[in-house]
Ligand binder design. Structure first.
Ligand code: AMP
Length: 361
C-alpha cells in the first residue's frame, strides 16, 4: 500500500467535538478533513469538506468514500452497515471488528475474557428469567446495562435487591442487556494509546478519571497507582489492540481494585477512538491523541507520547462553560471551547488543561 500523502483528504464520521479536534489535527498535518454526519455540530466549523446526510444514504456514502484516502470515526455507534459499506469502498480504521466488539457490551466482555483480560463478572440478560438468575449468581448490588448505545451512564441502572429487578428491566425498555457485578474499585483509570499500521504501539501515561453524575469531570495524569500496575494497564491495552489488529487511537477504561502492592485491574470498557480522558494530551504531551490518531490511520510514524508535566484536565460541563472569560484570564489555563450553542446541564462544552511542574501536586 503506497500510503497517504500530505494534501490527502481524511474522512471523519461524526460531527462532534472529537471530530472537531481530529479535523484540526488533520489541518496541522497538511491534510484535509471531510466530516460526514447526519446533523451539523462542532466539527463542521473547522473542516475542509462536509457532508450532511444520514448514515444509510448510500449515494452520499459512496461519494464520501471516493473523496477520502482513509475514513475514521469519532464515535463507536456508527451503524455497522455504514462502516461495512465504506470498507467495501475504501479503507476504514479502526477496523470493523474493533467497532463491532466495542458496540456491544456482551461481545466486548467475551472478547476481553477470550484474550485473558479481567472484566467485572457478568451475565447476559434477555428478559426477566435471565435477570433473576443473574442476580442469584452475581449477587446484589449489581448494574444492569443495555448492550448497545450506552454512554456517560446512560442505559444503565443499579439494582440493590431482587425486588428491584422488574423496575430495572422496565427502565431498560427490555432491551438486550448485561448484568454486571459491582466492582469495589479504588480508582478509575484509562489507557489512551495508539497502534500504527505496522504494529507500532505508543501509550500515553496512565491517567486517572473522576466522574460526576457518570460524566467525566476531571482527568489527572499520571494516575496515582504503582508503577507495576501502570505497566500492566499498558500491557492490557496493547494486548487488546494487537488482538484486534487495531489501527488508530484506542482508549481502555479500567477499575483499580485494592491499594499499593495489592492493586489489580479490571477492564470496564474500551472505545475505538480518541477519548475524553485523552484530551490532556493536547498541549500536555509531545503529540496529541488527535494528531496521533491521524498519523496512525495514515500509516505515518507515530509521535512521542511524552507527558510535559503533571496534568489536570477539567471538562467544562453545561453552565461551567459560561465562566470562559474568567478561565481565559487565568495564567496557565489552556482553554478549549467546542463552539456548542446551548449549555445544557452535563453537556460537554469545552475543557481546560493545566500543566504543573512534575514536583507539584
Ligand atoms: P460505563 O457506562 O460502563 O462507563 O459506566 C459508567 C460509570 O459507572 C463507570 O465509570 C463507573 O463509575 C460506574 N460503573 C460501571 N460499571 C461498574 C461496575 N461493574 N462496578 C462498579 N461501578 C461501575
Amino acid at each position: 500500500m503506497s500510503g497517504v500523502e500530505p494534501g490527502a483528504t481524511i474522512g471523519i464520521l461524526g460531527g462532534g467535538q472529537l471530530g472537531r479536534m481530529l479535523a484540526m489535527a488533520c489541518a496541522d498535518l497538511g491534510l484535509r478533513a471531510h466530516v460526514y454526519a447526519p446533523e451539523t455540530g462542532p466539527a463542521f466549523d473547522v473542516c475542509a469538506e462536509a457532508t450532511l446526510a444520514s448514515y444509510d444514504d448510500e449515494a452520499a456514502l459512496e461519494a464520501f468514500a471516493r473523496a477520502c484516502a482513509v475514513v475514521t470515526y469519532e464515535f463507536e455507534n456508527v451503524p455497522a452497515a455504514t462502516a461495512d459499506f465504506l470498507a467495501a469502498h475504501g479503507r476504514v480504521d479502526p477496523n470493523g471488528r474493533a467497532l463491532a466488539v466495542s458496540q456491544d457490551r456482551l461481545a466486548e466482555k467475551r472478547f476481553l475474557q477470550s484474550i485473558g483480560v479481567a472484566t467485572a463478572p457478568f451475565a447476559m440478560v434477555d428478559g426477566a428469567a435471565d435477570l433473576k438468575a443473574g442476580l442469584v449468581r452475581l449477587g446484589a448490588p449489581a448494574i444492569l446495562k443495555t448492550r448497545r448505545f450506552g454512554y456517560d451512564g446512560k442505559g444503565q441502572v443499579r439494582i440493590d435487591a431482587q425486588s428491584q429487578a422488574a423496575a430495572a428491566l422496565a427502565a431498560m425498555a427490555n432491551q438486550p442487556s448485561i448484568l454486571e457485578g459491582l466492582v469495589a474499585f479504588t480508582r478509575e483509570v484509562s489507557v489512551v494509546a495508539a497502534r500504527g499500521r505496522d504494529g507500532a504501539f505508543v501509550a500515553y501515561d496512565l491517567c486517572e478519571n473522576e466522574h460526576v453524575d457518570h460524566v467525566l469531570s476531571l482527568t489527572r495524569a499520571p494516575a496515582c497507582i504503582t508503577p507495576k500496575a501502570a505497566a500492566s494497564a499498558t500491557t492490557i491495552a496493547r494486548r487488546i489492540a494487537d488482538a484486534l489488529d487495531y489501527v488508530g487511537v484506542i482508549a481502555v477504561e479500567m477499575f483499580v481494585v485494592g491499594e499499593g502492592a495489592h492493586e489489580t485491574l479490571v477492564v470496564n470498557e474500551m472505545a475505538p477512538r480518541v477519548h475524553n480522558s485523552g484530551h490532556w494530551t493536547l498541549g500536555g504531551a509531545d503529540t496529541s491523541q488527535f494528531a496521533q490518531h491521524i498519523r496512525a490511520i495514515c500509516g505515518w510514524p507515530l509521535g512521542s507520547g511524552r507527558r510535559r508535566g503533571r496534568i489536570e484536565m477539567r471538562n467544562l460541563l453545561g453552565a461551567q462553560a459560561l465562566t470562559w472569560r474568567a478561565l481565559l484570564a487565568q495564567p496557565g489555563a489552556d482553554v478549549h471551547l467546542y463552539g456548542k450553542h446551548q449549555a445544557r446541564p452535563g453537556r460537554k462544552m469545552g475543557h481546560v488543561t493545566r500543566i504543573f511542574p512534575e514536583a507539584e501536586q
